[in-house]
Write a protein that binds this ligand. Structure first.
Ligand code: SF4
Ligand code: SF4
Length: 366
């Protein structure tokens, strides 16, 4: 018996790790970056959209930042890679906001590369005090809750904000985010455009028993508004509409609880969030406009409000104030006056607990 067990142990193949994380970035880095890794003397920006790094060894490297439409298909990827191979040196990386950055070892290659991108319709910019690429959530591509396609709002807005991307004219950098539901995995932004459901889910009772695991749906609700119920002799669910905050979290585990609605799923605009610790602590963004029509394909109403806020911020903020810093200095009443946005009862945050319970610092503490 012991001998048999030993034979089985010997025969077992070694367990190899499954590597599904991102690959080692060094293999894709420009050789000058690998050579001078951790030994940079200084960096500057010779023009918007171009970063220049100088190493202690005397080596220099230029990086050209290009805006994309975020969701790239094979055609766009092929087009961009052809440009990078022809005018660059074949080294490219994506930033967290889906800008592309192309590394070059010579200043002489910078202008021809920029010209090629611009001729293909891709703007160069997004550095320093610009409105850099808008980040968006997964949208219909990967998530099961979206009330709109966040990438569509981003494309429409970035077309409108082209000039602010290619110039560095803002008081400080502006990070805009979009989220396609109120779970807001787009995170905190100087300006955020988020979908807001305004009505509780409509339940298709005929389907609930076949499609939904009822206990998981009940557990999913953050305000305990869902209860099991028998409807027309079938096991189903019911929602206490007075408690429901219309968050949409019950919809993914139970699609018969339809929350998306062409009329009642709206966009809301939030202002003043940031993750950075520079000059002031990280901040949560606050609601400034709600009930904006979710109006594809160009979302003109949301775009007009974002542009208005940006315009006022650009004119009124002091150098290096982020949007949140600016609002804190002038006060919210003045913000609403300057932007001419109506202040309603929906702007009043009556959940004071957030101040004390949520960690608002990016520092790691133990
Ligand atoms: S914001 Fe909401 S709908 Fe959009 S990807 Fe995140 S969780 Fe999904
Ligand atoms: S929408 Fe949100 S709050 Fe309303 S029932 Fe569903 S999970 Fe609960």
């Amino acid at each position: 018996m012991a001998q048999q067990q030993q034979t089985t142990e010997k025969a077992a193949p070694p367990r190899t790790p499954i590597e599904s994380g991102c690959p080692d970035g060094f293999q894709y880095m420009h050789p000058l970056m690998i050579k001078n890794y951790g030994n940079w003397k200084y960096h500057d920006r010779p023009r918007p959209g171009v970063l220049h790094h100088v190493a202690y060894s005397g080596d220099e490297i230029w990086t050209v930042r290009v805006g994309t439409q975020r969701q790239l298909g094979p055609y766009e990827i092929g087009l961009l890679c052809d440009i990078i191979d022809k005018y660059g040196e074949g080294y490219v990386r994506f930033t967290i906001r889906s800008n592309m950055e192309i590394s070059l070892s010579s200043w002489n290659k910078v202008e021809p590369l920029i010209k090629a991108f611009e001729e293909a319709g891709y703007p160069v910019g997004g550095t320093g005090n610009s409105v850099t690429m808008i980040s968006h959530t997964q949208g219909w591509l990967h998530c099961d809750i979206p009330g709109t396609d966040a990438s569509g709002v981003v494309k429409a807005l970035m077309d409108d904000l082209y000039e602010e991307f290619v110039k560095e004219d803002m008081p400080n950098r502006v990070h805009i985010t979009t989220s396609c539901c109120q779970i807001n995995c787009g995170g905190q932004g100087d300006i955020a455009i988020n979908v807001q459901h305004t009505k509780p889910p409509k339940i298709n009772h005929d389907l609930v028993a076949n499609v939904c695991e009822r206990p998981s749906v009940v557990a999913r609700c953050p305000v305990a508004a869902i209860r099991p119920a028998m409807v027309n002799g079938k096991p189903s669910l019911e929602v206490d509409e007075k408690k429901c905050i219309c968050c949409g979290a019950c919809y993914p585990p139970c699609p018969p609880m339809q929350i998306n609605d062409p009329e009642h799923s709206k966009l809301a605009i939030w202002v003043g969030g940031k993750n950075s610790n520079a000059r002031s602590k990280p901040m949560f963004h606050k609601l400034v406009a709600a009930g904006i029509p979710n109006n594809p394909p160009r979302w003109p109403e949301a775009g007009a409000i974002v542009k208005k806020i940006l315009h006022v911020y650009k004119k009124d903020a002091k150098d290096w104030e982020r949007v949140g810093d600016w609002v804190e200095r002038i006060g919210w009443p003045r913000f609403f006056e300057l932007t001419e946005l109506p202040f309603t009862k929906f702007h009043v945050d009556n959940w004071r607990g957030s101040r004390y319970t949520l960690n608002a610092s990016a520092h790691i503490r133990f």
